[in-house]
Design a protein around this ligand. Structure first.
Ligand code: B12
Ligand code: SF4
Ligand code: SF4
Length: 379
């Protein structure tokens, strides 16, 4: 089989294993990206989750000997829940972003790339391949853009005409000289909706994110969430979809066809209060298979407390008071101090006063004092 025939077979095989879109590009260095990444680093706009070695990020030849081409794949995920969670009225729920619905996409895309590698090696035994999804060195979006999967949009996402921006991305570097596809034209035009609605102003300008302000990032940190962002997080437990849900290019793109990503409504929009008391083991059993669990239970519990404050849920106050007294984690105690101040009932303020008598952690003390002051301001 020559390279042209193999490329056609790879496209057909990819479709047969549920890869929604495939594109090819050369293994040439990503020069523009390198400057961009450097600039983002200098501005302090990165999240810290990115690979730090900019040469590895932008020079595929450093990742695979004799690299010639990169195969980019996209797998669509749903934007709509088939069933809404059932429950009693008044019960408060949080929300995991769509990229955390169903089975962790890393598992699903890695398996598809493994099958694709097997197919290529069967037909070209001398081939060399190296695949990655999210955690690899390359920028999945830059690869997808150059391979014609979609355009690089103002909300930073790769948008495909077929599935909108609701696609996961992955790639395989190979030593086979596949013919490159043509990048797509940018279709954002004059629209600025995503920039206008971002709750924290994290999108500095089209295609430029200050990740330190992005709720998707903030919900994944392990430290206290800076106060200015807490009320803007709403009931998001993990990630943020606002700059995608508002996008006109995503209208009608429901992408319900990938079974693996169908969400369990009770996990995608879970009740908030039961999250507070989950042990590590219970958290792993319940949420361990979704991508939003990768930072462990602490950030999700911290975010659940912020969500309860968002709803001013008075029914959560007794449990929050017990946790303020007993929880060993300063980030949790500090967030509770703020939340009780926001909910604003007398028992909460009494608990804050009592906690101030024995709290030794300086950061938590500062939160307790601010919460007391907030009451004085209200009066
Ligand atoms: C770090 C990271 C984050 C960070 C930072 C995001 C960001 N925008 O940089 C945080 C935690 C905030 C985050 C959030 C999200 N993420 Co994320 N994240 C990553 C990760 C690991 C690296 C991204 C990175 O290097 N960013 C640095 C920027 C500078 O580069 P880049 O976006 O990769 O590349 C583009 C820019 O460089 C731009 N560019 C280059 N030169 C120039 C020059 C100019 C002038 C301009 C304007 C632009 C420009 O073009 C490139 C191609 O689009 C990738 C996986 C990977 N290994 O690539 C996933 C990835 C980007 N994330 C993904 C997803 C799904 C999300 C969320 C939607 C999840 C959610 N719902 O909460 C949000 C979206 C937030 C947003 N508006 O971007 C998907 C994106 C899929 C898609 N269709 O685009 C990826 C590819 C994971 C995957 N394999 O599917 N993420
Ligand atoms: S994910 Fe949310 S916070 Fe981040 S840029 Fe988009 S709208 Fe803004
Ligand atoms: S909302 Fe408008 S500007 Fe933003 S990504 Fe969608 S089309 Fe582009």
């Amino acid at each position: 089989m020559n390279a042209v025939q193999l490329q056609k077979s790879v496209r057909d095989y990819a479709e047969s294993i549920g890869i929604d879109k495939i594109g090819f590009t050369t293994a040439a260095p990503f020069r523009e990206l390198k400057n961009r990444l450097k600039r983002q680093q200098e501005l302090g706009y990165q999240s810290g989750f990115e690979e730090k070695d900019l040469d590895k990020r932008t020079e595929p030849a450093l990742l695979l000997d004799q690299a010639e081409s990169i195969i980019a794949i996209a797998v669509a995920y749903p934007s709509k829940m088939a069933d809404s969670p059932r429950g009693k009225k008044g019960e408060r729920r949080g929300i995991f972003c769509r990229a955390s619905w169903g089975t962790d996409y890393h598992t699903v895309l890695r398996e598809k790339l493994r099958l694709l590698e097997g197919f290529i090696l069967e037909h070209a035994p001398a081939a060399r391949v190296r695949s990655m999804v999210d955690t690899g060195e390359l920028s999945d979006r830059a690869v997808a853009e150059r391979a014609g999967i979609g355009w690089s949009a103002k909300n930073c996402s790769i948008i495909t005409p077929e599935f909108g921006s609701y696609v996961y991305l992955g790639e395989m570097i190979t030593n086979i000289p596949f013919a490159p596809d043509v990048p797509m034209e940018d279709e954002c035009g004059d629209c600025t909706l995503c920039l206008d609605v971002c709750p924290t102003g994290a999108l500095i300008q089209g295609g430029q994110l200050n990740a330190q302000r992005c709720i998707a990032f903030l919900t994944q940190t392990k430290t206290p969430i800076p106060e200015e962002f807490r009320t803007r997080i709403g009931n998001r437990l993990y990630g943020c979809d606002t700059c995608q849900t508002v996008c006109p290019k995503n209208k009608g793109k429901h992408n319900l066809h990938q079974q693996a990503f169908q969400p369990d409504p009770e996990l995608a929009k879970p009740l908030l209060q039961p999250i507070l008391s989950l042990s590590n083991r219970e958290f792993k059993e319940k949420f361990g298979h979704v991508s939003g669990s990768w930072r462990g239970k602490n950030p999700i519990q911290r975010n659940a407390i912020i969500s309860l404050a968002h709803f001013k849920d008075e029914s959560a106050v007794p449990e929050l008071i017990v946790m303020l007294d007993k929880d060993p984690r300063p980030v949790i105690r500090g967030t509770i101090a703020w939340a009780l101040g926001q909910i604003g009932v007398d028992e909460g303020f009494a608990a804050i006063k009592e906690a101030l008598l024995k709290e030794e952690d300086l950061d938590v003390r500062a939160e307790l004092e601010k919460a007391t002051d907030s009451r004085i301001e209200k009066v």
